[in-house]
Design a protein around this ligand. Structure first.
Ligand SMILES: [Zn+2]
Length: 487
């Protein structure tokens, strides 16, 4: 078998004002056929290396093409999207023919002229390789599953966990299904069930944990190849935005249909309980103060991982006003402040304006007196799984009794080493606030005595009924409508 692999990943927040351009794809790559060597520590590199190793173990030829990823922002610049897409297609043509094509995609990439970039890529790949090759896509759960994607792919497998810790496992499942299909031992058929919901579904808490475990249980049924929950990405306005269930069965369309509908109805039945109920800042600080040990607070609405700027300082301002002590806050995207602190030098105390720079969702900046405690060029942190996530130049500043991290590369705060890598001792902290919606829980969970996701102001609001959709086809979704399926 000849196996071709490529990746093009970004999650588009169509409400974010700034575009995802070429520079956005340069913070981690892009890798033109060398992600398994030059980019092997990245999430894309780990997944591609997993596919490469499986090919070598089983005697298949592995050919890698472009792997590119950008931090979530607004719509991708059309020429940038088409440039990357066409590089993959040109490699596929030039180095083919192939029996299997494995694509690492997000599922919520939107460009200036295309609402369904993944469907577009899959359709063009299918046109090149023909009907007999297996074309598989690995997606993030925050995806818009579209009929075009289902039609053009042989199989789609989506990560089950949020935090997304299972990309290696799901990548291997996709590999096995696609190799089986190409060899003729499997005949994957897919069914998509539309829950008619918009929501946010961390899988570490109930009732979502049990619902994900039901997907694992369903996969043990004879003939079921894969069951995925497409959470949807609420802040991407496309015709197909929403929560959907995808089941893949071996040659049995009726089985795929019944499994997808079964899980879909189960999630739908829990829709009220699944709505996020986060405390406001004042209440969250009160709960944090009462915590015996260390409280980790999440600045959920200003998460770069969902396309927010990561420079809203509302939560930090409240912490300063409440004279919080033994606290850390990070990481604020503010390249100007980073540069200013680097110029002043470690040990300097200076007036500094931080945050509030990107647009209305950033809120107002804050003027403080900062002491520069440390500077690190090309700082990074642990990302998802064992991958590394670049942060650019970063500084540790002391503001009153709070240790604050500023960075020059926009990313969410995944891991304690975002702080400790600059010398901040988190063991002594009673309050740590991080800019992330949920991924932080994988690595901050072990040091937290209590985790408090906070309803902060910012670009990622959890009031789904109020999101100003213009393109979404289904306007009568939950929670706008109490019972859209009429069950
Ligand atoms: Zn995601």
């Amino acid at each position: 078998m000849r196996v071709f692999a490529a990746g093009l990943i970004t999650e588009t927040n169509t409400f974010a004002p700034w575009p995802t351009g070429a520079q956005g794809f340069c913070e981690e790559g892009p890798f033109h056929g060398d992600v398994t060597t030059r980019g092997k520590d990245t999430e894309m590199g780990l997944q591609a290396s997993g596919w490469r190793d499986l090919c070598h173990e089983r005697g298949h030829e592995f050919v890698e093409s472009l792997f590119a990823i950008a931090q979530p922002s607004g719509r991708a610049v059309q020429s940038v999207y088409e440039g990357f897409r066409d590089e993959i297609l040109a490699d596929l043509k030039a180095k083919g023919p192939f029996d299997v094509v494995l694509l690492s995609l997000h599922g919520a990439m939107v460009s200036q002229a295309c609402d369904d970039c993944e469907g577009d890529i899959l359709a063009r790949v299918r046109a090149i390789v023909g009907p007999n090759a297996a074309v598989g896509a690995h997606l993030d759960p925050h995806c818009h599953l579209t009929p075009l994607m289902i039609e053009k792919a042989t199989a789609i497998v989506i990560m089950k966990e949020y935090p997304h810790t299972d990309y290696m496992e799901r990548g291997k499942e996709l590999f096995d299904i696609c190799i089986g299909a190409a060899q003729g031992t499997l005949k994957p058929v897919s069914h998509l069930f539309d829950c008619r919901m918009v929501g946010f579904y961390p899988t570490t808490t109930e009732p979502m944990r049990s619902l994900v475990d039901k997907c694992f249980a369903a996969e043990k049924r004879p003939g079921v190849l894969s069951v995925s929950i497409g959470h949807g990405f609420p802040w991407g306005d496309t015709p197909e935005t929403g929560t959907k269930i995808l089941a893949v069965a071996d040659g049995d369309a009726a089985l795929a249909q019944s499994v997808a509908a079964g899980i879909g109805h189960d999630i739908y039945a829990h829709r009220e309980a699944l709505l996020p109920k986060f405390p406001k800042i004042e209440d969250a600080l009160g709960t944090a103060r009462e915590t015996n040990g260390c409280a980790v607070l999440a600045d959920t609405a200003d998460n770069a991982g969902g396309g927010a700027p990561s420079d809203n300082v509302s939560l930090l301002r409240a912490m300063i006003e409440h004279k919080v002590q033994d606290a850390a806050f990070g990481c604020i995207w503010d390249p100007i402040a980073v540069r200013t602190c680097a110029e002043a030098g470690v040990g300097a105390t200076l007036p500094l304006r931080i945050g509030g720079k990107s647009g209305p969702a950033s809120g107002d900046p804050i003027d403080i007196i900062a002491t520069v405690k440390a500077f690190r060029a090309d700082h990074d942190q642990q990302g998802l799984g064992p991958s590394r996530s670049p942060m650019g130049d970063a500084v540790w500043i002391a503001v009153e009794e709070i240790d604050v991290v500023l960075m020059s590369t926009r990313t969410q705060t995944f891991a304690p080493d975002a702080f400790t890598g600059l010398g901040i001792d988190l063991k002594a902290k009673r309050m740590i606030a991080v800019k992330s919606s949920w991924h932080f829980q994988a690595l901050f969970g072990p040091i937290a005595d209590r985790i408090i996701p906070v309803a902060t102001p910012g670009a990622i609001q959890m009031d789904f009924a109020a999101i100003d959709y213009r393109k979404k086809r289904d306007r009568d979704f939950f929670p706008r409508v109490k019972n859209p399926l009429g069950l």
